[in-house]
Ligand binder design. Structure first.
Ligand code: DC
Length: 230
C-alpha cells in the first residue's frame, strides 16, 4: 500500500468539493474533514447564543466554549458535525441565517487561527482529505495533492437549490445565486486567508462533469503521485 498523503481541496461555495472529498475518502479509506462545517457550527453557536457576530472580541471569547468534532455513521457512511455533543449537521446546512452569517464569522483572524490549528491536528497522521477555502494555501501548504474546484455560478446555484429542495427547504434560484455570489465575494476579498488558488493546485472545472468523471480524474492524479513516489 502506498504511503498516506494529504489531499487539499479548495474552491467556491457549492461547487461539489464535499461530494468529491467524501468519495475520495471512501475510495482511499482516508479521513474526511469538512472545514466549512466547522465555520458553520461556530456560526450556529453564535447565533443561538445571540452573540454579536460583528464583535470580534465577543466572538473570540466564544471560541473557548465550543467543541467541534465529526461522527461517521458506519452504515450510511454519512458524516455528521457535532457541536458540544449535539448533532447539528442538518441545521448548519439548512438554516439560512447560518448561510448569511458564516462568511462574516470566518473572516475574523481569531476564528481562523483557532480552527486552522484544529484542522492541522486532524492531518497529523496524513491519510486525510480536507476541503475548504484555504486548505492548500494555509492549512496544509505542503499537501501532496492540491485541487482547486470551480463550476459556473448558475450551475452551482442549481445544485444547491436541488439540495435544499431535497431537504424540504422552499427557496428560489435567485435567492440561492445571490447568497452564493455574496459568499464568493466575501471569501475571495477578505484580508485573512482569502480564497485563492495555490500556485501548485490543479484546477478542475466540474460544470459539465459527472460526479464519477470527476472522481476518476482525481483518482488518476493520486495514482500518478504514487507512481512518481515509487
Ligand atoms: O464550504 P461551506 O460553504 O460549507 O463553507 C461555509 C463558509 O465557511 C464559507 O462561506 C467560507 C467559510 N470557510 C472558510 O473561510 N474557510 C474554510 N476553510 C472553509 C470554509
Amino acid at each position: 500500500m502506498s504511503a498516506p498523503i494529504i489531499i487539499a481541496i479548495d474552491g467556491y461555495s457549492s461547487c461539489g468539493k464535499s461530494t468529491l472529498a467524501i468519495q475520495l475518502a471512501q475510495q482511499l479509506n482516508y479521513k474526511y474533514v469538512d472545514t466549512g462545517a466547522m465555520y458553520r457550527a461556530l456560526t450556529l453557536y453564535l447565533l443561538r447564543n445571540q452573540i454579536d457576530i460583528h464583535h470580534p472580541e465577543l466572538v473570540a471569547q466564544s471560541l473557548l466554549q465550543i467543541q467541534i468534532s465529526f461522527r461517521l455513521d458506519d452504515t450510511t457512511q454519512k458524516q455528521s458535525t457535532i457541536l458540544n455533543g449535539e448533532n447539528v449537521e442538518d441545521e448548519i446546512r439548512i438554516n439560512p441565517r447560518v448561510a448569511s452569517a458564516v462568511s462574516a464569522v470566518s473572516a475574523q483572524s481569531e476564528v481562523r487561527k483557532f480552527l486552522v490549528k484544529q484542522q492541522q491536528e486532524f492531518g497529523h497522521t496524513k491519510g486525510i482529505v480536507m476541503d475548504g477555502r484555504d486548505i492548500g494555501t494555509v492549512v496544509f501548504p505542503n499537501a501532496e495533492l492540491k485541487l482547486f474546484i470551480t463550476a459556473e455560478p448558475i450551475i452551482r446555484a442549481q445544485r444547491r437549490l436541488d439540495e435544499l429542495h431535497e431537504k424540504g427547504q422552499n427557496t428560489s434560484i435567485e435567492e440561492v445565486l445571490a447568497n452564493l455570489q455574496k459568499r464568493d465575494l466575501m471569501d475571495t476579498t477578505r484580508a485573512d486567508s482569502p480564497l485563492i488558488k495555490a500556485a501548485d493546485a490543479i484546477e478542475i472545472d466540474n460544470s459539465h462533469l459527472s460526479r464519477d468523471e470527476q472522481l476518476n480524474k482525481v483518482l488518476e492524479l493520486v495514482k500518478g503521485l504514487n507512481k512518481n513516489a515509487e
